[in-house]
Structure formats: structure tokens, C-alpha cells
Design a protein around this ligand. Structure first.
Ligand SMILES: [Zn+2]
Ligand SMILES: [Zn+2]
Length: 271
């Protein structure tokens, strides 16, 4: 069994056939999915929660993507604060720093990231973290904020990891987990497979980040959660392990990080 630890299931790309997408994933052995309530503007987070309310296989996050940091206003803050206490919400995020696209100014991204770590602390939730930059600045800034606002009090995962081995090791030292996406399957990204090969399996998660980042063989098409199995197989190959072992380890780590075993669907039984 696999867990897709990061999928934008509420994205409009899935509106026409979301149920079929979920059924395909479940048929391939995906037992749970974390629907990311961020990345499509600050009003979108409630859509991920609504999906999680209706389907016991789906859990939700709420947060503000670094692209949208400058859109965060007080009504959105109040909505986030309320949703963070929802029984189907298992993390804050994705939040973090993106100095590659810089759709929001750096200082705004930094303060909104710090603010969301504080929200996660208040809500007792882990954090799904996005970090991207063309040099080490975003990564250094991220760890500095994590140390002052999160380390020791919070858990989190660096999603869709594409950074260096050195930074991944620093992040693991700070208690963070690392998650790989379909980029791990891209032919040209051999360096990332070398990073994945060198990290301890018990600290790794897998994800699709769908609808983006379809794996090799599907590039340019819509990505969907069924492809988390391909990410897991690529991780297994990089580490010289059996996919089954990677499935079990990453599923165990995701269930623990997001506290999935303690979550109940208010509309039904336990999951
Ligand atoms: Zn991201
Ligand atoms: Zn994402």
C-alpha cells in the first residue's frame, strides 16, 4: 500500500473525473491521499477539506503557498485558523519559500511562512513545506525560520525535494522528513536519484504533487495519484530495495507524521 502524501486533488484539472482518478489510485494500492489546500489562491484551502469530509481515503491540509503569500489577508487568516482545527485537517501547508518564481516578495514569503509555523504549533499539526530557489538562499532562509519558529516543537516534510544532499541532511538533522515526487523518475535528473540513494528510507515520503509533475513516460500530461507507485518504484531502484519495502516504510512514516491513525471521519467510522 502507498500513500500519496501531497496531491492537489481539489484542482480544477480533476473536476471532470475526480472519482475515477481516485478509483484508479486505490486500485493500484494507494490507501490514503493528502489533499493539499494551498497553491490555487488563498480561497482554495476549504475545497481540500470538503473533499476530505466526503471521502475517508482523503485527508486535507490548509495553508498558503509561497506564491500566494502576498494575498494573505485577515479574512483568509481567520479562515485558516478555523480550518486548522477541523478533524480532517492533518497538516498546515504547503507553505515555505519559493525564490525561483518570486511571485510574492521574499520578505512577505518569510513572514507568512513564520506565521504558518506558528499556526501549526497552535493547532498541533505538522507542516508540508515547499522550498525552491536558484541558489542556497531560499534553503538557508527556510532553515533559519524553521529553527526559530518550528524546530523542537513541530514536525514537517520538505515536499517535492529537488535540493542538494547536503541540505537534505541538514533538514533531517532538524527533524524534518523529505518527500520525493515524479521528478525522481525524470531521465535527466540523475543527481536527484543519487540524493535519494543516500538518505535513510525511514525518513522519506513519496508524493505526486498532481496534477503537475507527471513521471517519465507521462510527461506533459496531467499527473494523478496512481503515479505515486512510479515514484516509489524509482525510490526503490535508487536505494536498491524492493518496492514493497519502500511502500511499507513510506506509508508508515506518512501515517505517523500526519497522525492518520488517530483521525476519524465525523460522518462515519474510523479510518
Ligand atoms: Zn510545492
Ligand atoms: Zn504542491
Amino acid at each position: 500500500m502507498w500513500i500519496d502524501s501531497h496531491a492537489h486533488l481539489s484542482a480544477p484539472e480533476f473536476d471532470a473525473d475526480r472519482e475515477a482518478v481516485l478509483d484508479r489510485a486505490v486500485a493500484a494500492g494507494v490507501s490514503a491521499l493528502v489533499a493539499i489546500g494551498a497553491g490555487y489562491g488563498v480561497d482554495e484551502c476549504g475545497k481540500a477539506v470538503a473533499l476530505a469530509e466526503r471521502d475517508e481515503r482523503i485527508f486535507a491540509t490548509v495553508g498558503v503557498h509561497p506564491h500566494d503569500a502576498s494575498l494573505l489577508d485577515d479574512p483568509a487568516r481567520r479562515r485558516l485558523e478555523a480550518l486548522a482545527g477541523h478533524p480532517r485537517v492533518v497538516a498546515v501547508g504547503e507553505c515555505g519559500l519559493d525564490y525561483h518564481y518570486l511571485r510574492s516578495p521574499r520578505e512577505v514569503q518569510r513572514s507568512v511562512f513564520a506565521e504558518q509555523l506558528a499556526l501549526a504549533r497552535r493547532a498541533g499539526l505538522p507542516v508540508s513545506i515547499h522550498v525552491r530557489g536558484d541558489d542556497s538562499t531560499a534553503y538557508d532562509d527556510l532553515l533559519e525560520i524553521w529553527r526559530s519558529e518550528g524546530a523542537g516543537a513541530l514536525e514537517g516534510v520538505l515536499h517535492c525535494y529537488t535540493g542538494t544532499l547536503g541540505f537534505a541532511r541538514r533538514a533531517l538533522d532538524e527533524g524534518l522528513l523529505v518527500s520525493f515526487s515524479g521528478i525522481l523518475t525524470f531521465k535527466k535528473d540523475r543527481g536527484l536519484r543519487e540524493v535519494a540513494a543516500a538518505l535513510p528510507l525511514e525518513r522519506l515520503l513519496v508524493e505526486t504533487d498532481s496534477p503537475l509533475l507527471a513521471p517519465e513516460g507521462f510527461r506533459g500530461r496531467r499527473n494523478e495519484p496512481v503515479h505515486v507507485t512510479r515514484v516509489g518504484e524509482a525510490l526503490a531502484a535508487a536505494q536498491g530495495r524492493k518496492p514493497q519495502e519502500v511502500a511499507e516504510a513510506t506509508t508508515r512514516s506518512a501515517r505517523r507524521l500526519f497522525g492518520l491513525d488517530s483521525r476519524r471521519n465525523p460522518g462515519g467510522g474510523g479510518v
